[in-house]
Each structure stands twice: as C-alpha cells, then as structure tokens.
Design a protein around this ligand. Sequence first.
Ligand code: NDP
Length: 246
Amino acid sequence: MAENEKVAIVTGGARGIGKEICRELLAMGMTVTAVDLKAELLDKLPGELGNPGAKLQTAVCDVTDSDNFSKLIEDVAEKHGRLDVLVNNAGITRDNIVLQLTDDDWDLVLKVNLKSAFIGTRAAGKIMMRQRSGSIVYMSSYSGLEGNRGQANYAASKAGMLGLMKSTAKELAKRSVRCNAVCPGFIQTDMTDVLPQQAKDMAMEQIPMQRFGKPSDIAKAVAFLASDSSAYITGQTLSVDGGMHT
Ligand code: NDP
C-alpha cells in the first residue's frame, strides 16, 4: 500500500503533539481523521494544517467512551475502505504526590491514557487483522519508562501502555499488524506550558541536548513508525527525548 493511499486516525489530534502528527501524516499523503473533545478546536484544524480538503476529516469523540470510539473507528474504516494507522495520542495529567493522590485522579488518568488505548487497539486491531496490515502507535512517555515525582498515576498509565503495546504486538504480528510506542521527553505544548518555571528549569537540567523538544520532533518519529519505512519493526519503544533515556 502506497503511503499516500493510507488511512489514519489520530486521537488528541486538535492541538499539541497530535496536531503535528496530523500535519506529518498529511504531508505523506495519508487521509487523516483527527479525533478530539472540542469541536471549536477541530473546526480550526483544516486552516491550521493548510486546508488539505478531504484528506483531513475531524470527529468529536471522547476516547474513553468505548461504544462511541469503537464505532468511530469502524465508521472511518468503512467510509475509506481501509484503516492503516491508529495513533493513540490523547492524554492528560492530574499531577500530585502519591500520598495525596485521589481515587478520582488515579481513575481518570488511567482511563483517558490507558483504557482509551485499549479500546482503540481492540477496534482497530480487528480491522487491521482482517486487512492483514496496519500500524498502531502508542504515545507513552519518559515518565512511563523512569517514573516521575508527582506523576504516579500518569507514569503508571504510560508504563501500562507499553505493556499493552508489547502484548498486542506479539498477538497481531503474524498478520503484519505492527505496534510500537514513542516516549517523548519534555515537549513544548500546552500540557507543559502550565508547569512552574522551577519545574521547567529542573527538567532542562536532565536533558543532555539542553533543549525542550518540539511537537514536530515527536511527529516525525510517529510518521516513521506509521510508515512502511519501519515495516520490520514491532513491539518497540522509541525514546524521543534529547538523550534523557539511554
Ligand atoms: P495536549 O494537552 O496539548 O493535547 C492533548 C489533546 O488530547 C487535547 O486536545 C485534549 O483535548 C485531547 N484529549 C484529552 N482527553 C481526551 C479524551 N478523553 N478524548 C479525546 N481527546 C482527548 O497534550 P500534548 O500534545 O502535550 O500530549 C499529547 C500526548 O503526548 C499525551 O498522551 C501526553 O501524555 C504525551 N506526552 C507529552 C509530553 C509533553 O512534554 N508534552 C511528554 C510525554 C508524553 P482538550 O483540548 O479538550 O483537553
């Protein structure tokens, strides 16, 4: 399948890293559906991505809603006749030290970050197994590899994504359906802009390359894993973090 005939779904695609992933996959000629919560952000997306016309579709959907998210994936595959790429990118933080973490903040972060990836994997996996090809990319995190103070819920969700990714990679490999994860370090987006300056300074001290990442740094890694350039790579975790995790 030529890259420009592929069909992709990107969750959390309206802003931040997800938006840059949409831009990158569109540049490869893919037909992309950006999924997100806020219609007003999705409405602005075509203009922000250079008005790609029918190559870009948008859909308001809460990825924790199992029925709606699964149906959305099935509908995209039916409309375009195939589904080649799912990027499980939507994610949130609810940071607190573990001794003060509430049940609600634990449950919410696990649901948005990890359960949604499971729901997406199950729905897309069925389509891709029938098709005998596909690539599922999981947006994990440096925190999922190393843990992070104040992020026990987030780190657990991101580590959980790696377990989900590796198990699914083993189950789906025989039909050339690949699963891989990207672990961003500290990337400049709305998610990190809200951190206090002291936290940003401490983060910078840990980055050997001495700069925060750009959303496009992550998007290029996702594009590689989504494309046939990585045709023999599955079950892998790619750190994109300026050298933090080695
Ligand atoms: P942003 O907060 O900028 O964007 C996340 C997007 O996901 C938002 O548009 C948000 O919608 C959407 N979203 C949240 N919950 C849901 C949901 N239930 N259903 C559908 N969409 C949802 O985050 P980033 O771009 O910074 O992060 C993207 C991914 O990368 C996340 O998984 C994050 O954990 C991961 N990551 C980010 C790092 C960083 O440094 N920025 C580092 C490591 C990993 P809304 O606008 O309504 O909030």
